[in-house]
Ligand binder design. Structure first.
Ligand code: G1P
Length: 287
């Protein structure tokens, strides 16, 4: 079985669903309670035992690099001001992971973004996570996938069941129940019309791939929306190797749009040790 140490975060998108908030700052840096979205993703990957983060960025994304970098001046200031809790947190974030940054020069699609990381991935298995999909629950979503990878050595995709009117927004899979109790994905299609969809089971932005996926991405032709689609390369992989589906436990939010973002903030706010009480009171007063 190939080692699983690396994970790609495609983060070059323009965040159009969240304008004007994302006009001058990356959507990955939008704050859920007290941390930027991308930090939730990185912490989830670390909790699954991954160590190397490959961030695919583009113009206007420097704030992500600064966030995970050591800020010598800030750390020195916090230390000398005796703000030891803040100092610890800031220095923890700067040192939590080894991060490399790869620029995607043109927005040619998710498949193209992932392919930009090929030299960093080499001949190893790797994860891919879309940070605006926030999955909240006791077991980190990437961990749910990596457990299956470590059992089988096969590619694994995170899934959720979506209502009919949402099907055309996602990659949708065809699947069978395997003898081992795992779902086996037989095909998938990107953003199908509901009448053409093989199921209502959607790909939800958490993936683990064997290295073969990168080779198949090379050959992908523009698909849905004229973009190089990751889903098309996964469909090709499904013809060659077993791919497992994991229906993710936990509550999932599409935090890349204002509604999902507000709901994620509310749930995590309510669960927060320090802010939960005041938020509960506020909601009580206004309901
Ligand atoms: C991407 C993938 C799609 C997946 C979705 C999950 O689409 O292409 O298969 O279902 O993420 O969020 P996007 O939302 O980037 O259009």
């Amino acid at each position: 079985m190939k080692p699983l140490r690396k994970i790609i975060f495609p983060a070059a998108g323009m965040g159009t669903r969240f304008l004007p908030a994302t006009k001058a700052s990356p959507k990955e840096m939008l704050t859920i309670v007290d941390k930027p979205l991308i930090q939730y993703g990185v912490e989830e990957a670390l909790a699954a035992g991954m160590e190397q983060i490959i961030m695919i960025t583009g113009r206007g994304k420097r704030a992500i690099e600064d966030h995970f970098d050591i800020s010598t001046e800030l750390e020195a200031n916090l230390k000398s001001a005796g703000k030891s809790k803040l100092y610890k947190e800031v220095s923890r974030v700067s040192r939590m992971a080894e991060v490399v940054y790869v620029r995607q020069k043109q927005a040619l699609g998710l498949g193209h973004a992932v392919l930009c990381a090929r030299h960093w991935v080499g001949d190893e298995a790797f994860g891919v996570a879309l940070a605006d999909e926030l999955i909240v629950g006791p077991k980190p979503a990437m961990r749910q996938l990596s457990d299956v990878y470590h059992k089988t050595g096969n590619s694994v995709i995170g899934l959720i069941q979506v209502p009919a009117d949402q099907v055309s927004k996602y990659g949708i899979v065809a699947y069978q129940a395997g003898e081992d109790g795992l779902l086996r994905l037989t095909d998938m299609v990107e953003k199908p019309a509901v009448e053409d969809a093989p199921s209502h089971m959607a790909i939800v932005g958490r993936y683990i791939f064997t290295p073969r996926l990168m080779e198949l991405l090379h050959d992908v032709k523009p698909g849905a929306g004229g973009e190089f689609q990751l889903t098309d390369a996964i469909a090709a992989l499904a013809k060659e190797e077993p791919i497992h589906g994991v229906v993710l436990e936990g509550q999932r939010f599409d935090a890349g749009n204002p509604e999902g973002f507000l709901m994620a903030n509310t749930l995590l706010g309510l669960q927060h040790e320090q802010y939960g009480k005041a938020l509960r009171q506020l909601l009580k007063d206004h309901l």
